[in-house]
Write a protein that binds this ligand. Structure first.
Ligand code: FAD
Ligand code: FES
Ligand code: FES
Length: 399
């Protein structure tokens, strides 16, 4: 089951709301705390798309978990003071997202507070009053150093948060076994689940009964790092993992801007890169991004491995060069040497929180003013995400 149903129907905590069940509205937002590089990190996620298997070893915080017994917390108070709630259906989601902002290490500016609620939709209150509440919350965080300590000391969040790191460290949390081949004679092949943001939208009912392999927290399948002149990305790395990775920001100075064009904060915290590739949408934003880099895949069925360029993965609409038992084990691309330029473009009806009408990416390696090497990709112009092989070849040697 997804965490949303566990919270509401097993734990009988009804503060977390059900809106769209498709990751779009944010009414079901929760916070997920885990230890990353020895530090406690909280991220907002949509509980309607998060399978319970991805909660293993983590601190799951519903709206009830940030309440004080006798008084409103400062986030709730700011929402009330600014008239930022009317029917109240969306309010728990906004409050949880803003609580997540109080626990994050981003600069406590008004802009960042508003960015933290980019996955929340309200039908009745004017957004201006919600933005004012967000600005008030940002004001309360001025001068903070350690986010969790500050939030508990200033009574923004309950005191128990300061003991969570120790409690999480005591849990042996991660599944370290490699992905084994499917057992012989198995009737149904298990679904591989990354962040679940595609599967739990497309196949919600089916997933309830399907055998599942959870790979979101698999240590071998995570991380962003450099090896020689290769940038290696674990298939379960999320969009937010790339946003946090120094290496990625160094290679793509505009990356924070590109990431903002893709879904919303809670979805970026869940959506994996391999999930984007296998989803095989002709407008998959990260597929287009990585196609221009001529990214390579390592596919494995648990016993045999093979390499495949990403551009060769797509054979037809949602038809892949991938055997049923294979999974993506690693993604990499050559770090371009010398004078290289990269750009990603997404055109959609709305600038934010929308799928692309078309998208494209380009990488050019220059020698003086001559193009030495080019990689172009385009989405939404055919049944599959395209690597523009002929155009890339055509541009070589041109001024
Ligand atoms: C509200 C919302 C907004 C969105 N906005 C965007 C957007 O702006 N741009 C965009 O491109 N996408 C968007 N998406 C789509 C989705 O979030 C992405 O495609 C995401 O990257 C999927 O990753 P996941 O880990 O959540 O996939 P999952 O649902 O876990 O898996 C998707 C598929 O990939 C397979 N899979 C996952 N990992 C592996 C692996 N290592 N090897 C083999 N198979 C694997 C699964 O079996 C499944 O078939 C949005 C989705 C939602 C719900
Ligand atoms: S119910 Fe709408 S995002 Fe989950
Ligand atoms: S207050 Fe009614 S949906 Fe936001």
């Amino acid at each position: 089951m997804v965490i949303l149903d566990f919270i509401r129907y097993q734990q009988h905590l009804m503060g977390t709301k059900i809106g769209c069940r498709e990751g779009d509205c944010g009414a079901c937002t929760i916070l997920v705390g885990e230890i990353v590089n020895n530090e406690l990190r909280y991220e907002s996620m949509t509980s309607c798309l998060m399978p319970i298997g991805n909660a293993h070893g983590k601190h799951i915080v519903s709206i009830e978990g940030i309440n004080f017994p006798d008084t409103l917390n400062p986030v709730q108070q700011a929402m009330a003071d600014c008239g930022a709630t009317q029917c109240g259906f969306c309010t728990p989601g906004f409050v949880v997202s803003l609580a997540g902002f109080c626990l994050s290490d981003v600069a406590p500016t008004k802009e960042n507070a508003i960015a933290a609620i980019d996955g929340n939709i309200c039908r009745c209150t004017g957004y201006k009053s919600i933005e004012k509440a967000a600005a008030l919350v940002a004001e309360k965080l001025q001068g903070r150093k350690n986010a969790v300590d500050f939030a508990t000391e200033q009574k923004i969040l309950p005191a128990y948060f300061s003991g969570i790191q120790k409690r999480l460290e005591e849990i042996i949390s991660t599944e370290t076994k490699s992905l084994l081949p499917d057992p012989a004679g198995m009737k149904e092949r298990p679904h591989i689940v990354g962040g679940g943001t595609d599967l739990y939208v497309q196949k919600h009912e089916e997933m309830t009964h399907a055998p599942i392999r959870f790979i979101f927290d698999h240590p071998e399948l995570n991380g962003v790092y450099k090896e020689g002149n290769k940038c290696i990305i674990g298939p379960s790395a999320t969009v937010s993992d790339l946003k946090h990775a120094d290496l990625f920001n160094k290679l793509f100075p505009e990356f924070q801007h590109y990431a903002k064009l893709i879904s919303s904060t809670p979805i970026r915290n869940m959506a994996t890169i391999a999930g984007n590739f296998i989803n095989a949408s002709p407008i998959g934003d990260f597929t287009i991004f990585f196609l221009a880099l001529d990214a390579q895949l390592m596919l494995s069925d648990g016993t045999t491995k093979r390499e495949l360029p990403l551009r060769k993965l797509y054979k037809g609409y949602k038809t892949l060069d991938k055997k049923p038992g294979e999974h993506i084990e690693q993604i990499w691309f050559e770090i371009p040497a010398g004078n290289t330029h990269f750009h990603f473009e997404k055109v959609s009806k709305r600038m934010h929180l929308d799928i692309a009408s078309v998208n494209s990416a380009i990488q050019l390696k220059m020698k003086g003013d001559i193009i030495e090497q080019a990689g172009l990709s385009a989405g939404g112009v055919g049944p599959v995400p395209l690597y523009l092989e002929k155009t890339s070849e055509f541009l070589k040697g041109k001024k």
